[in-house]
Design a protein around this ligand. Structure first.
Ligand code: IVH
Length: 685
């Protein structure tokens, strides 16, 4: 008996091993599709499901967790502090050249040190100077063993767990011929788009934004919790080596060799001959600076021949064979003349500084965002202050700091606004939020397009055909000033649109009219009340049964509902308390908008059954299929488990289908699902 269970264990383990290798191959492939090729083949949710499955297997059989397993990238346990790392060779810095003449002087020094004859031309490698932080990677026998920061050049910090989360850094080198010990050096940075997203998210979560992508990258790498780092899409460019025996003869060759081993190198590096070509390359790169997806602060010129590099050697802190040509700084000093309040499409009121115009790396800057009032207080920004402003990529310039010692005493503080500067509705910030918002959602012009697009969208009022293109036109023609105006539109008004025919206008009017009888939960969702998503809207519709009842609900009644927390309740109350919103609701009512209460399909044909969708559903689309199953009382969940009754597999179904088969769960095609629903379905593509 015991022998049998031992045998079971061996079989289970070998099956787990096979599945783990299969998952590893799949995850690596999809990782490359996403991060290297920019062409994902599966959804994020499917990718996450594979990763979770692999993690579960490794948890059960820890010996499956190899050092180069993709799970090593998700971030392990937080550290208490970073350990020290001594660099085998010091990590040097670079001498700077601020002007073209200094670049030419660099060549003169190189020529005289090497005693080169005039007719011999020097080849250089020109590389962007990435604006991030220097990191050393150590590979032993092709496996990533350690990663460290530069520190003071001699001793840095061990940030291996954090670096492992960067998906473009190989955990195992590819190809062959790599030395037993390979030390690679490069710059870790945060691409601009990720930087902007991160700052937006930080503002939403009430944390101070990073001043620039370099600070964001450095702050991320110095996080003690690798799981936090794993959520920040950092990247790396390798630009050199530490200890290595190389067969390469040039810097260019060395970079190609690193790339062949799977290490990320710059796609902007250029090999040039003679210093004048290097100067031209520098001017070229400066022009391209603002169109690159990452921040660079200059260009590094390196003598390409590694033998010459060796001959030139190093000074105490920098090599004699390279120079950093710096771009003009993106920082400048100026004065805040006035602070204006700008209202965004989501109602957030942002303080913006009108500046004394100042030249910043070739652009005249006269405005800077101050982000929010927490930031204003933290930096103690006042109208009239002398400030340092910084421009990072194509981001609007930000005020980095106030020159406090230059204050005259006449500077004025800016109080937090209590009313919206555009529509006059109440403005407030919710507990724990940094953003001050206008509460007049339905009647505030800057929020108009967004609120109407959401109102008409498929999951909300489902006004077929009324997309953002028509909505923008309706607004610019002055035909619609709030959602209630939609119900007053006439055929003639639609006919003013470009390429609008009788039939199309009629269809649009019919769709608008049909939405008057839309389900209550969709109507509540359509109002765009902050924090009220589809699920909460459903709960509210079931609980209150009419918009009048919901409008009259007290904070206590609202918070007593499961799924409605205090922040949601406050947001619902402030929405219905705003007179501007009340007026719009009244006009909707007068126009005949009378949402219906959907009967609860407790006894629907699919009641009690749980469905999972995988792959692409070509006829229905996932949202429609989900809606149909739910309308018959069925449940739709995201992952396959023993509790799943049916897996509906579309084309290119992934691991969920395999799991369903392994668990013996019934698999349906899309046609079989339709047959099961067996009624005329409205198909929205
Ligand atoms: S070479 C021995 N190449 O600039 C020379 N550095 O100001 C090592 N940097 O600490 C540097 N891009 O962090 C080199 N393409 C590039 C670079 C680069 C950015 C950084 C690096 C270094 C700093 C020196």
């Amino acid at each position: 008996m015991e022998q049998l269970s031992l045998l079971d264990d061996v079989v289970a383990k070998s099956e787990a091993g096979l599945r783990a290798s299969e998952l590893t191959v799949l995850i690596r492939h999809h990782n490359d599709c996403y991060h290297k090729l920019d062409a994902p083949e599966i959804s994020d949710a499917e990718f996450d499901a594979m990763m979770r499955e692999l993690l579960e297997l490794e948890e059960k059989w820890p010996e499956l967790a190899t050092p180069d397993s993709p799970t090593q990238r998700v971030g392990g346990n937080p550290l208490e502090r970073f350990a020290q790392v001594f660099h085998r060779l010091p990590m040097l810095s670079l001498e700077n050249a601020m002007q073209e003449d200094e670049i030419r002087a660099f060549e003169q020094r190189v020529r005289s040190l090497l005693a080169l004859p005039d007719e011999m031309v020097i080849a250089y490698q020109c590389e962007p100077k990435m604006d991030g932080l220097a990191i050393e990677l150590v590979y032993r026998d092709g496996l990533l063993e350690q990663a460290s920061t530069r520190g003071n050049g001699v001793v840095g910090e061990d940030v291996t767990a954090n670096i492992r989360t960067i998906r473009t850094i190989p955990l195992r080198l590819s190809g062959s011929g790599f030395p037993e010990l390979l030390e690679v050096r490069g710059e870790v940075y945060l691409p601009l788009q990720a930087f902007q997203q991160l700052n937006q998210q930080r503002e939403e979560e009430g944390e101070p934004p990073f001043a620039n992508p370099r600070n964001a990258a450095a702050g991320s790498i110095r996080q003690l919790d690798p799981a936090v780092v794993a959520r920040r899409p950092l990247a790396m460019v390798c630009y050199g080596v530490g200890m290595i025996e190389t067969e390469s003869r040039t810097q260019t060759g060395l970079m190609s060799q690193l790339a062949a081993w799977g290490l990320p190198v710059s796609d902007q590096a250029r090999q040039v001959t003679g210093i004048e070509e290097a100067v031209a390359c520098f001017l070229d790169l400066q022009e391209q600076r603002d169109s690159l997806p990452y921040e660079i602060d200059g260009m590094v010129i390196k003598v390409d021949d590694l033998r010459l590099q060796q001959e030139l050697g190093e000074k105490s802190r920098s090599p004699r064979w390279a120079i950093a040509c710096k771009f003009p700084p993106r920082q400048a000093t100026t004065r805040i003349n006035e602070i204006i309040l700008s209202v965004g499409r989501t109602g957030v009121i942002t303080p913006v500084a009108n500046l004394e115009p100042v030249e910043l790396s070739g652009v005249t800057v006269s405005r800077a965002t101050l982000h929010n009032w927490d930031e204003i207080r933290r930096k103690d920004i006042r109208v009239g202050d002398k400030v340092i402003v910084e421009r990072a990529g194509d981001v609007i310039p930000a005020v980095v700091k106030v020159l406090l010692d230059q204050r005259s005493g006449a500077e004025q503080e800016l109080p937090e606004p209590e009313v919206c500067p555009v529509c006059g509705s109440k403005a407030a910030r919710e507990a724990g939020e940094v953003a001050v918002r206008c509460q007049g959602g339905l009647a505030c012009p800057p929020q108009l397009a967004e609120s109407i697009i959401h109102f008409a969208s498929r999951d909300a009022m489902d006004i077929d055909g009324l997309g953002s293109k028509y909505i923008e036109q309706l607004i610019s023609l002055g035909l619609v000033k709030d959602i209630a105006d939609l119900y007053q539109l006439t055929r003639e008004e639609f006919m003013q649109f470009e390429r609008m025919g009788d039939k199309l206008a009629e269809n649009l009017l019919a769709a608008i009219a049909a939405s008057k009888q839309q389900e209550l939960s969709r109507f509540i969702f359509a109002l765009g009340i902050r924090h009220v998503g589809e699920r909460t809207a459903k709960t509210l519709a079931e609980r209150f049964g009419s918009i009048d009842n919901l409008q009259a609900a007290t904070l206590e009644e609202l918070t007593s509902i499961r799924d409605v927390g205090p922040a949601v309740a406050v947001s619902i109350r402030s929405f219905f308390d705003a007179p501007a919103n009340q007026a719009v609701l009244q006009r909707l009512k007068e126009a005949g908008v009378a949402p219906t209460v959907e009967e609860k399909r407790v006894g629907g044909r699919l009641a009690g059954l749980t469905f999972v969708f995988t792959g692409t559903l070509t006829t229905l689309g996932r949202d429609e299929a989900k809606r149909l199953v739910e309308s018959e009382g069925g449940n739709v969940t995201g992952s396959v488990s023993k509790k799943t009754d049916y897996v509906v597999a579309g084309s290119e179904a992934g691991s969920k289908l395999e799991k369903a088969r392994a668990l013996g769960i019934s698999v349906l095609s899309e046609d079989e699902l339709l047959a099961m629903l067996a009624k005329d379905v409205k198909i929205n593509k």
